[in-house]
Design a protein around this ligand. Structure first.
Ligand code: FAD
Length: 407
């Protein structure tokens, strides 16, 4: 394929799209527009080893600068796409430059959800989405400073674990009655609550935030129940909102993200969207889903690139994700929703176990703690929708594959 392809957003999905477009035989002009100043970099280390200072910043790049030269990809970094004129097939950037396109790929990702409470703009209040956010947090990490983290989801808890490694005193405020309640079973929440307590993290469950105190800089977080949590640094990890505004203003259909079909195409056949910014119809789940995961960003980028180059490829993946907290690797495959039973494989006290989510005899999802074999086997079994024998599944001496009822 020839012509101009412009990619908006320069992160995981975009870097993969550059690679895949060229591999698929795209020979035309390729432009990458990103509003951060950096080349596409990996976000997962940000709340993990980059925050704790154990990750060399040079290792963050998804691809080295030379890669973009080799792929003949023109870069517009530190530049924001501000308007999309679909009838003229033209994208306008914040410095006034206009870029014509034949096909447009939106990979605009998401941004940290802002706290809807008074004084959320005080100095010392940080979000955790970009490298600049984490550099800001690190610059603010004076020894002995108390850290309050709002939100006990994956990112809030990873951030708590990293700050603890740095010797900081950490409190986590979570309005739900248990950690990661949206995505994991009570057994898994209990394991992580105990691990954090063991490392000195003070987790306050059932605690919502009413506002912040301080002159110009945050001094305390006020809880809705009148509790007060002194803090010199406060990090918010309360989820993301997809960056849909560019598409929405141009009249492209959105539905919990930019709505794409199974080919990653939006309501405009010349515009595709991939990664955290979009929702897609999942053949496996038989409904529209929006995922926030590196695997999804990479795989959708491959799908979109193939279709942009004239192939007919459908995106159909079982979601997977991971989270590192202290020395524990949690690998999650499938969506733990609509289950009627949870089976544990192994003993949480051994710190190596899995939590299996089932509906009847169908395995829906697995959370594997330091159990990569369970994670790998579950990926296949979940995708196949093969019925499993519950007693064999509970036997950690057997592989999850051995629990499949021969059909
Ligand atoms: P993003 O990475 O969000 O990038 C979108 C880019 O587009 C951003 O740079 C944004 O500024 C830019 N942009 C937006 N609008 C415009 C515009 N109009 N013009 C120009 N540029 C624009 N996933 C996992 O699978 N495992 C993990 O362990 C994990 N850990 C994570 C830890 C942290 C701290 C964070 C923040 C995320 C983590 N994730 C993890 C999620 C994962 O990083 C995301 O799923 C992934 O980054 C999505 O990639 P993306 O390319 O779709 O979008």
């Amino acid at each position: 394929m020839e012509g101009n392809v412009v990619i908006v957003g320069a992160s995981h999905a975009a870097a993969q799209a550059v690679d895949s477009l060229r591999r698929e035989g795209f020979t035309g002009r390729l432009l990458l527009v990103g509003d951060e100043p950096d080349l596409p970099y990996q976000r997962p280390p940000l709340s993990k080893k980059y925050l704790s200072g154990e990750f060399d910043p040079d290792r963050l790049w998804i691809r080295p600068a030379a890669f973009y030269e080799q792929q003949r990809c023109e870069l517009r970094l530190g530049r924001r796409a501000v308007a999309l004129d679909r009838s003229a097939r033209r994208l306008r950037l914040d410095d006034g430059e206009s870029l014509d396109y034949d096909r447009l790929l939106l990979a605009t990702g998401g941004r940290g959800r802002r706290a809807p409470v008074p004084r959320a703009d005080l100095a010392g209040i940080h979000y955790l989405r970009s490298r600049a956010d984490v550099d800001g947090i690190r610059a603010d990490l004076a020894p002995g400073r108390k850290v309050v983290i709002v939100g006990a989801g994956y990112i809030g808890l990873e951030c708590a674990a990293s700050c603890t490694k740095l010797g900081l005193e950490v409190t986590v405020l979570e309005m739900a009655p248990r950690v990661m309640s949206r995505v994991v079973a009570p057994q898994m929440s209990a394991f992580y609550e105990a691990e954090h307590a063991l490392h000195g993290v003070d987790i306050r469950l059932g605690t919502s935030v009413a506002g912040f105190e301080g002159g110009t800089r945050v001094t305390a977080v006020a809880g809705a129940d009148r509790g007060r949590f002194p803090a010199g640094l406060r990090v918010l990890g309360i989820g993301i909102v997809p960056n849909v505004e560019l598409a929405e203003a141009a009249g492209i259909a959105c539905d919990n993200g930019i709505a794409v079909d199974e080919h990653c195409r939006t309501s405009d056949p010349l515009v595709y969207a991939v990664g955290d910014c979009c929702s897609h119809p999942s053949p496996h789940y038989r409904r529209r889903i929006r995922l926030e995961s590196v695997d999804n960003a990479f795989e959708q980028a491959k799908t979109a690139a193939a279709n942009l180059c004239g192939r007919d490829v459908r995106h159909d993946r079982i979601p997977w994700f991971w989270s590192d907290q202290f020395d524990h690797k949690l690998q999650i495959v499938g969506l733990a929703e609509g289950y009627d039973r949870v089976i544990l494989r192994g003993d949480p006290a051994s710190r190596s176990f899995s939590c299996c989510y089932l509906r009847g005899a169908e395995l829906l999802a697995v959370d594997a703690v330091n159990q990569p074999r369970d994670f790998m086997a579950a990926k296949k079994v979940i995708a196949e929708r093969a019925p499993v024998d519950l007693a064999r599944l509970a036997d950690a001496g057997l592989s999850i594959r051995d629990a499949v009822v021969p059909g």
